[in-house]
Design a protein around this ligand. Sequence first.
Ligand SMILES: Cc1cc2nc3c(=O)[nH]c(=O)nc-3n(C[C@H](O)[C@H](O)[C@H](O)COP(=O)(O)OP(=O)(O)OC[C@H]3O[C@@H](n4cnc5c(N)ncnc54)[C@H](O)[C@@H]3O)c2cc1C
Length: 385
Amino acid sequence: MRTDIVVVGGGPAGASTARLLARYRDVHIIEEHKTPGEPLQCAGLVTQRGVPMFARESVICEVRGARIHSPLGFTLTLEARSSRAYVLDRSHFDRIMFHKAVDEGAVPRVGASVRSVAHAGGTVTCEVRDDSGMHHVQSRLLIGADGYKSICRRAARLPPPKHMLTGIQVDLKGAELDSDFVELYMGTKVAPGFFAWAIPAGDLARVGLCTWDSEDLPAVYLKKLLSRPQFAKARKVSTASGKIPIGPGKTAVRGRVMLVGDAACHAKPLSGGGVFTGVRGGELCADVVIRHLEGQGEVELDEYDRLWRDEFGKELSRAFRIRRVFVNLSDKKIDRALRIFAEPEIKSLLERSGDIDYPASLSSSVLRLAPKLAQFSPQIIESLL
Ligand SMILES: Cc1cc2nc3c(=O)[nH]c(=O)nc-3n(C[C@H](O)[C@H](O)[C@H](O)COP(=O)(O)OP(=O)(O)OC[C@H]3O[C@@H](n4cnc5c(N)ncnc54)[C@H](O)[C@@H]3O)c2cc1C
């Protein structure tokens, strides 16, 4: 079988890319699960810019602040005047995104898994397994939107993610949570290498964490978190788990293979959020592909690299440098850093201008207000100024 473009993966990044490409070209979108959006692997906290208008019915509620709990008992409360993020029904969101791509003309192949990718000359060949057996699908271009375990990334011979976070989460009924706030819990014994969260989601609370390079499995840390008084009496409704690749490389293009979303390591290093960058990266990728194909190759495919780097790549790199400082902090230092962020001028800056999609962009202003933050890693912090 032959088509213009194959998109591997029917998550937000693949669906976003396929939706725009399908208006101009023959596109097949291949998703290994029979129902897009399942199984769930997300806390569903996404800014407005990550949720296209047509997908807004997947919004459960909105939050306008965060309480960040240090391992030594201090709490930093950041409160904005208006909504800062949506809490999504992520499975519903993914289904809307996928069906929108199909409505625009993308050919869905669900329950079909890409097993290998080969590219030679101007053709990419995917080996695809579905209920009826093994097939070959050939295309002029391949979009790898196949998430953290990306086969397309390996086929493009791009380096593996720098950090791979492992996450676990439960939905609880009956937990005591403030509906306007996200609770974040930090500490080397709470969620080593990352943080834990509790997010209000209508009548449920999503409580989970990610770890990196930790001694114990994430489930061990989650069990401890769930024994806190605010969760102890709640009932577990569901459990989800997954991985998040962190640390963008320089490129997401190799030959006729282009990567979007988690396959491109575009998740945000400080929050692990990858929906916004997945959806937006898909739009940028589609724009370049269309111009490339319509212009008979005048626009090179690596123009996509320039676009994503300009729009969010610099932020990702800067955030990854901050993450490198963070993962080396002891509990005492995390506590000290949060107390510095709570100083009136800094807190007010964070509340006024903090942006979940671009947290690192505030780093130089914060460092100017609090040069004592340099104690945590002088060289890296200097590079952020
Ligand atoms: C515990 C947890 C909590 C998270 N919370 C948030 C959050 O609150 N906000 C946020 O923005 N992000 C969050 N994320 C990250 C977010 O889920 C991802 O960044 C996002 O899903 C990336 O979208 P994607 O389309 O690139 O990849 P995915 O959503 O992973 O989609 C990839 C798709 O490709 C399919 N696929 C993979 N391999 C193949 C193959 N070989 N053949 C066919 N299909 C294939 C998969 O089945 C999957 O459907 C969280 C992640 C985890 C693990």
